[in-house]
Design a protein around this ligand. Sequence first.
Ligand SMILES: [Zn+2]
Length: 368
Amino acid sequence: MRAVVVTPREQGSGRLTEVPDPQPQPGEVLVRVREVGLDGTDVEILEGQYGEAPPGDDYLIIGHESLGQVQEVTAGAEGLSPGDWVVAIVRRPDPLPCRNCAADEWDMCLNGQYTERGIKGRHGFLAEFYVEAPKFLVRVAEGLLPVAVLLEPLSIVEKAVEQIKRIQSRMVWQPQRAMVLGAGPIGLLAGMVLRLENIEVHVYNRSEQKIKRDVTESIGANYICAEEHSFDHELEREIGPLDIIVEATGFSPLAFDAMDMIGPNGIVCLTGVSGGSRTLQIPADHLNLEMVLMNKVVFGTVNANRRHFEAGVRHLQEIEARWPGVLSRMITRRYPIERFTDALQRSSQDIKRVVEIAFPGTQEQKRE
Ligand SMILES: [Zn+2]
């Protein structure tokens, strides 16, 4: 089959090539891939910054944001039928599971021995087929097909928002106002999930980008451009105290600004990955004092487990019902697999870029 692969840790090694077809083992299903969303992680793997091939292979099939259709179901693969549409969960528990992995909380792995499809030690989905156990596949309704490739990034948001609520159950909490830092897919999806609960949402983005402003405003949120407003207490005075800040840029100084900007009893959720080695001078006494005197919480969150994907399926439906078409507008471009390199070029006109794998569309047309 055709697949987009890299030689891990080798810059510019990304290529479309032929690899052996995956063969489903008992208990697994064969999935035909329809499309794969790309994100910053894929770009960094192609730049050779990280990525790890599966044991025994010298290449890694990339891609972790998937949508596909079940083609074959083997004996022992329960709960799925040929023709079902599925999105795959990305992370797998470590082989000798830690406490959390043993409880299916692989997103909370203690020892870092987990694997991730398309990233760390397991092939990804940017190929014609993959095989997987039903436990790691989440079914999506046919009506969601145009937007279901957003489920993986949405699962990250679902975990973040679930944890915000769980942590804040430490008190009576009725959040009024949230700020999302960064108008990429994670930031905008976070804005949508918070708006579903009628929380006032402000999306802070580094520049004026029409498509991102349009999506923000169409969910009834406020778009703030960093070129016009600094992220400081003057902004806070303008909009009011913030109960929630979701950091989704990975620009680490903003994480510390957020600790300063969050309001009384508020919570800062960090989702952005910063790969550099930037240092920063911070007002340590001030930050510490305010954290203590105002019961502030800061926490980090990564990845997602099955229940977050399932919550995401429900929210995709709710978002579609409340703001029809807004999710489709986030998928700004689709490219055929032959043009995967074009799909990796970031531009200010884009939110989510997706690679399509030519797909006959009917379950009768199985693999030969
Ligand atoms: Zn673990």
